[in-house]
Design a protein around this ligand. Structure first.
Ligand SMILES: *[C@@H]1O[C@H](CO)[C@@H](O)[C@H](O)[C@H]1NC(C)=O
Ligand SMILES: *[C@@H]1O[C@H](CO)[C@@H](O)[C@H](O)[C@H]1NC(C)=O
Ligand SMILES: *[C@@H]1O[C@H](CO)[C@@H](O)[C@H](O)[C@H]1NC(C)=O
Ligand SMILES: *[C@@H]1O[C@H](CO)[C@@H](O)[C@H](O)[C@H]1NC(C)=O
Ligand SMILES: *[C@@H]1O[C@H](CO)[C@@H](O)[C@H](O)[C@H]1NC(C)=O
Ligand SMILES: *[C@@H]1O[C@H](CO)[C@@H](O)[C@H](O)[C@H]1NC(C)=O
Ligand SMILES: *[C@@H]1O[C@H](CO)[C@@H](O)[C@H](O)[C@H]1NC(C)=O
Ligand SMILES: *[C@@H]1O[C@H](CO)[C@@H](O)[C@H](O)[C@H]1NC(C)=O
Ligand SMILES: *[C@@H]1O[C@H](CO)[C@@H](O)[C@H](O)[C@H]1NC(C)=O
Ligand SMILES: *[C@@H]1O[C@H](CO)[C@@H](O)[C@H](O)[C@H]1NC(C)=O
Length: 405
């Protein structure tokens, strides 16, 4: 107390700085959630007041004055709120001072807590897959502070099958992001797309689910990132799209390829399908406005389901021929086609998205990717096709400030 009073009086004369509290505990902890540095000064060590005024210049948050070593040690927090990371190894828990060392005095700056909070790294609330395969949970998140939020979403990848051509891969999920004003108490519905199921020859793999963020009952979603289509043995699945429409299954010129949906509709299967019974028909991806239909013939994969169906992936055809087809991923991915003709691969399911991806409606045909969407009420929209090389999707949420500029 004695030191504290003298210090505050002297400090007022020496600097325009902050006030410091002398800790009876002779010790303070800085946790590893922030990036901190210790600066050790010996050159000017004469008094606590000089050490504290030096701390003011460095904007340090705490000081240890050690009479034995004659060191003035200052703890500085590196500002990571800008997104710029602090030095390597600076995220460590530091105990400054020691309760048992009577030769030290520990001073805490009045803005200690405020600096730790304001300089902490930006952290996202992250939502991941709630399960695997076609089933999953719609996650709820209640906004606790009105403000502008950066929302980012990644769609899931399509399933894979036995690879014949090198370089053939399933479609990857798209990335989409938007800034959006949200009010405290608003409940976000968050659907994290799950990967379509992998299979082995000769059946079709499932399409990947889209990732969706919306408020229940709203006509339009806030953000959607489309899922990727399933690959077939010879042909790739198509990536989740960077536009609102879904993409067609592999080789859009082929009348067996299902077209992607537009304006929030589900994807479709190829128009030629019904004339040729030797082909396998994948399930198209669901869109925001509805579930996808499956084709009427020949061991078809189920279409992905939409909001009213709990965003389940399409159900695979149960008929087994050495292997069973793959279910579509949660988030409206279409299931793979059932048993294909001999020497053929099953057709791939389409990805779920704002508009669904088209189904491969032919042996050897990869599924189309789902479309993405940013609410027109938001700003800073970014959409990138096929940006998610991971299997499942994810959604990230970060408060940016009081209002979107
Ligand atoms: C200051 O001393 C502490 C403990 O003795 C040490 O961990 C830290 O690296 C030193 N800082 C500098 C800048 O030398
Ligand atoms: C930080 O450390 C990691 C692991 O030791 C290393 O890979 C990385 O290059 C370092 N980064 C910098 C900027 O030194
Ligand atoms: C104070 O300095 C002495 C001598 O260098 C050292 O042994 C002691 O650990 C220091 N005290 C603290 C709490 O760092
Ligand atoms: C998410 O997916 C991974 C990889 O498929 C899986 O290991 C994990 O269990 C899934 N998470 C949940 C909550 O099911
Ligand atoms: C989200 O909220 C709905 C409606 O209250 C509820 O039915 C559902 O179980 C919740 N989801 C989770 C993952 O808790
Ligand atoms: C609001 O939610 C965020 C993220 O879950 C959390 O870090 C923060 O502490 C919460 N704020 C309040 C005031 O509850
Ligand atoms: C599905 O296949 C992909 C390769 O495209 C692989 O990375 C992934 O681990 C497989 N998933 C499972 C569940 O085996
Ligand atoms: C979508 O992606 C393609 C290929 O990556 C690119 O050429 C096109 O400009 C992108 N469109 C938009 C609207 O970003
Ligand atoms: C039926 O599909 C097979 C395999 O794709 C193809 O070879 C054949 O030409 C098709 N037949 C008709 C009548 O379209
Ligand atoms: C967010 O709200 C503020 C204040 O009402 C408004 O000025 C701004 O245009 C809104 N921004 C977006 C992106 O909706």
């Amino acid at each position: 107390m004695h030191y504290q009073l003298i210090a505050i009086l002297l400090l007022a004369a020496v600097t325009n700085g902050r006030e410091f509290e002398l800790l009876n505990s002779r010790s303070i902890v800085i946790d590893d959630s922030v990036s901190s540095n210790l600066l050790n000064e010996t050159s000017f060590f004469r008094s606590d007041v000089e050490c504290l005024s030096w701390c003011n210049l460095k904007l340090c948050v705490a000081v240890v004055v050690n009479d034995t070593s004659k060191v003035c040690q200052m703890a500085v927090i590196n500002d990571e709120s800008t997104g710029q990371p602090g030095p390597n190894g600076s995220h460590v828990t530091r105990q400054l001072g020691s309760p048992n060392d009577f030769a030290v005095r520990v001073w805490k700056a009045e803005d200690f807590e405020a600096q730790l909070k304001s300089k902490a790294p930006i952290s996202d609330v992250v939502f991941k897959n709630s399960s695997t395969g076609r089933s999953g949970l719609v996650q709820n998140y209640t906004i606790n502070s009105t403000g502008c939020y950066r929302i980012q979403a990644y769609g899931a990848a399509g399933g894979s099958t036995t690879v014949v051509n090198l370089g053939v891969r399933p479609g990857y999920g798209a990335y989409a992001a938007v800034n959006y004003n949200l009010t405290a108490g608003a409940v976000l519905k968050i659907v994290v797309g799950q990967a379509g199921e992998n299979v082995s020859f000769p059946v079709g793999a499932g399409g990947g689910g889209g990732s969706f963020v919306y408020i229940d009952g709203d006509t339009y979603p806030i953000l959607v990132a489309g899922g990727g289509g399933a690959m077939s043995g010879f042909t790739p699945g198509m990536d989740g799209n960077n536009a609102t429409s879904g993409t067609s299954a592999y080789n859009s010129a082929d009348t067996y390829s299902g077209a992607g949906g537009t304006n929030g509709a589900a994807g479709s299967f190829g128009s030629q399908f019904v004339t040729n019974m030797t082909v396998s028909c994948g399930g198209p991806g669901a869109g925001w406005n509805g579930a996808a239909n499956k084709c009427g013939y020949n061991k078809p994969g189920g279409g992905g389901l939409s909001r009213s169906g709990g965003w389940l992936g399409g159900l695979r055809n149960p008929i087994s021929c050495s292997n069973v087809a793959g279910n579509g991923g949660f988030g409206g991915g279409g299931a793979g086609g059932g048993c294909a003709a001999s020497n053929k691969f099953g057709a791939g399911g389409g990805g779920g998205g704002y508009s669904g991806g088209g189904a491969g409606s032919k042996s050897n045909s990869g599924g189309g990717g789902g479309g993405s969407y940013c609410s027109s009420g938001g700003g800073g929209c970014v959409m990138v096709a096929g940006a998610n090389a991971e299997r499942h999707g994810r959604v990230l949420l970060r408060r940016m400030g009081d209002t979107c500029a």
